[in-house]
Design a protein around this ligand. Structure first.
Ligand SMILES: NC(=O)c1ccc[n+]([C@@H]2O[C@H](COP(=O)([O-])OP(=O)(O)OC[C@H]3O[C@@H](n4cnc5c(N)ncnc54)[C@H](OP(=O)(O)O)[C@@H]3O)[C@@H](O)[C@H]2O)c1
Length: 332
């Protein structure tokens, strides 16, 4: 099997986060990277991670994605960059918009400029369903970030660098997500579980599946794709019932910047989208540097065109988690 990781130097921005740690654990266990560099701001998280991953191939760089000079020196000699650093809490982004813009948009631009200067080969930026038809600042900044990464392929000139995006939904159990929140309420024997709206649905993916999808996208990418995995939906009410069956629910109303249902592929993107067995590719709208046929991946998979009025929405999704599947996921 093709393997992009062996003998390569990989830098992960936001490598101390939920995704970063699982990504590092996976590549150290399953592959043989030459060097793995963590790039993030907080020394304590790095110190704790260094205790957890006691491996000679690991390097820890303190740095901010807002700092282009630091990024450039960190990316010297790097083959693959996975960009996971972000501010991602919706209400915090609404309250501190410029901070979110500086990290998620200027940070994305700094990564692109630095990867081009340092001639990094493959770059994957993580995105979210909140970037599709965004209604909150977090989603809007991630949409800008997606646009920057996709269009970076048009400014690379003769360089071999390839930039792609991986977009998925809620990660079960990641920092600050609904699962640890509900579990905490259950463990503290709360009086009720707050439910914003009983109709609310979300896309769900496990951390492990997210990491595997990013690794697969590295093998598949030609540059310019937004890769979207086919993943199940869940009703938030069913999730609460599965985590804390004994605790009653209280409807507290939808929060500012929240959607009732999430969209991963908006209807207006369907016309430049290809469907594969277990994922979609949203093609770039402008593809003039080196016209690429996105109906194939570099793993030689063949995709098909989808109808114009298709929308990949957590409510109209055809895959749903059953109660037993939710319980099994929570066990993981
Ligand atoms: N979790 C989800 O449900 C979900 C779903 C879809 C997409 N995503 C995307 O997946 C990516 C990773 O998410 P995650 O759940 O792993 O997030 P996380 O656990 O909050 O980790 C974020 C990481 O980014 C670092 N970071 C934040 N600001 C930074 C900056 N200015 N410069 C450098 N590093 C910075 C943080 O470390 P320091 O604070 O030490 O810098 C932390 O290591 C994000 O891009 C997110 O948008 C997440």
């Amino acid at each position: 099997m093709l393997n992009k990781i062996d003998d390569k130097t990989i830098l992960i921005t936001g490598g101390t986060g939920s995704f970063g740690k699982e990504f590092v654990r996976t590549i150290l266990e399953k592959y043989n990277p030459k060097k793995v560099i963590i790039y993030s701001r907080d020394e304590l998280k790095q110190y704790e991670m260094a205790l957890q991953f006691n491996d000679k191939r690991m390097r820890y760089f303190i740095g901010d994605v807002r700092d282009e000079n630091r990024l450039q020196s960190a990316l010297n000699g790097v083959d693959i960059c996975i960009h996971a650093a972000a501010l991602k809490q919706v209400p915090i982004a609404e309250y501190n918009p410029m901070e979110c813009i500086k990290t998620n948009i200027y940070g994305a631009s700094n990564i692109i400029e630095s990867c081009l200067k340092m001639e990094v080969g493959e770059i994957i930026a993580l995105s979210t369903d909140k970037a599709a038809n965004p209604i909150n600042l977090y989603g809007a900044t991630k949409l800008c970030s997606d646009k920057l990464f996709v269009s970076a392929n048009n400014i690379k000139g003769v360089l071999k660098s390839k930039f792609s995006v991986v977009r998925y939904g809620n990660v079960v159990g990641s920092r600050g997500s609904v699962v640890p929140f509900f579990k905490k309420l259950r463990d503290s024997k709360a009086e009720f579980i707050p439910i914003t709206d009983e109709r609310m649905t979300r896309f769900f993916i496990t951390l492990n599946n997210g990491v595997e999808f990013v690794l697969k996208s590295l093998e598949r990418m030609q540059g310019g794709e937004i890769f979207v995995p086919k993943i199940p939906s869940v009703k938030i009410l069913d999730l609460a019932k599965a985590i804390a069956p004994e605790i009653p629910h209280k409807i507290v109303g939808i929060r500012p910047g929240e959607k009732l249902h999430e969209v991963m592929i908006p209807r207006d993107d369907a016309r430049h989208c290809k469907e594969f067995d277990d994922f979609y590719i949203i093609e770039p709208t402008i593809n003039f540097n080196s016209p690429i046929d996105y109906s194939y991946t570099l793993l030689n998979e063949k995709g098909k065109t989808i109808c114009d009025d298709f929308e990949y929405n957590s409510f109209t999704n055809t895959k749903w988690l059953t109660k037993d599947e939710i319980l099994a996921l929570l066990e993981q």
